[in-house]
Design a protein around this ligand. Structure first.
Ligand code: F0G
Length: 363
């Protein structure tokens, strides 16, 4: 069978010249990246006539989150270095991605998760890809410090975003956005947990700008969950809480990177409440047809919060200037089916006849 070149090759092959790989690097890929940038009619209208809001649907990566962009790099480089095993701490998505890419690379995968605090879909992924999954009686931050200690002492590659190759891979989301829009957006809005992704996308924009591929840089707007907002509050949160379990992190590893992205770009790091997150989550699913996990909705919750507070008012004055905003939707809604079911009414049980059905339908 002849395979044409038009098939998407994954982020490493597509952006090879921007990434630290050589001909010797074995490319471990599940064809991640190339996710859709979806125009949002409702959010654009909410902001004003000259606004265009786009949703970068990272839930359509192979393991259904943005982590795959970083994991293809981290696992390829681990394989190149002759490593036999990878390890991570995770609120769920990193473990799902690490487990899948490790399976593909025939590497062992060890995963530490906070007990009882990861969504069902993510746990099922890590397990079925045959990772050794251990639930620690503590939170994500506790798990990450154990992983850091073990990977320092043993020949096991750490694949959390402390691994610089993860950041390299994840910066490709910025490249894709710019390639589609023809320049950087005016604002990029992104959920912040361990803060690797905001660090990575800011790096991507800066690299494209330096090479002259884009003319401007976006303002970076990062959003934490209010019960897990160490950067906003400028202090470590010992017992972080939020229904957005993916970003339930009290001491982010890339804290400095997030602050730098906000400061250098003239953006900000702010927070949204669980209520605002759930409202945005339901809005995206019911009005835009886009199902994301709660943590991902933090970007849209942040956009709505800023719009209400008048943050964008200045930009509505010059209606000739189109203002482009990209919200990163980091993970798929099916990752956390429990939360979806809890957020809506359960289906009514009725008699098995047409009349009963029509009555419920209002016909
Ligand atoms: N959104 C989702 C769906 C995530 O899974 C994460 C992080 C984030 C946002 C935040 O990204 O950490 O780079 O700031 N999940 C990690 C994990 C911590 O273990 O899966 P970040």
């Amino acid at each position: 069978m002849k395979i044409t070149k038009r098939i998407w090759p994954g982020v490493i092959e597509h952006y090879r010249k921007f990434l630290p790989v050589t001909e010797k690097t074995p490319i471990i890929t599940l064809k991640e990246g190339n996710t859709p940038l979806i125009f949002s009619y409702n959010l654009s209208k909410l902001l004003g006539k000259n606004f265009e809001v786009y949703l970068k649907y990272e839930g359509l990566n192979p393991t259904c989150s943005f982590k795959d962009r970083g994991m293809t790099m981290a696992v390829s480089k681990a394989k190149e270095a002759g490593s036999l095993a990878v390890m991570c701490a995770s609120t769920g998505n990193t473990s799902a991605s690490a487990a899948a890419y490790a399976a593909r690379a025939s590497l062992d995968c060890f995963v530490l998760i906070p007990k009882g605090a990861i969504a069902l879909g993510k746990l099922s992924q890590a397990l079925i890809h045959n990772a050794k999954v251990l639930a620690v009686n503590g939170n994500f931050d506790d798990a990450l410090s154990i992983v850091r200690e073990i990977t320092k002492k043993f020949p096991i590659t750490l694949v959390n975003s402390l691994n610089p190759f993860r950041i390299e891979g994840q910066k490709t989301v910025a490249f894709e956005i710019c390639d589609v829009l023809g320049d950087a957006p005016d604002f990029q809005i992104i959920p912040v947990g361990n803060a690797g992704n905001i660090t990575a996308s800011w790096k991507g924009y800066k690299e494209y700008k330096k090479l002259g591929i884009i003319k401007k840089l976006p303002k970076m707007l990062g959003f934490q969950a209010a019960g897990s907002a160490p950067i906003v509050k400028n202090k470590i949160i010992k017992n972080p809480q939020t229904i957005a379990t993916a970003i339930r992190i009290g001491n982010p590893a890339s804290w400095k990177g997030a602050v730098m992205a906000g400061d250098e770009s003239g953006g900000l790091i702010d927070m949204v409440t669980d209520k605002e997150i759930i409202n945005a989550y339901k809005f995206l699913a019911s009005k835009e047809g886009v199902f994301v996990e709660p943590a991902s909705a933090a970007s849209v919750a942040g956009l709505i919060k800023l719009a209400k507070s008048g943050y964008f008012t200045h930009y509505t004055l010059n209606i000739k200037q189109t203002v482009r905003i990209v919200c990163i939707l980091t993970g798929h809604g099916l990752k956390d089916p429990d939360r979806a079911i809890k957020s809506v009414k359960a289906p009514r049980v009725i008699a098995a006849n047409t009349r009963a059905v029509l009555k419920e339908m209002g016909y």
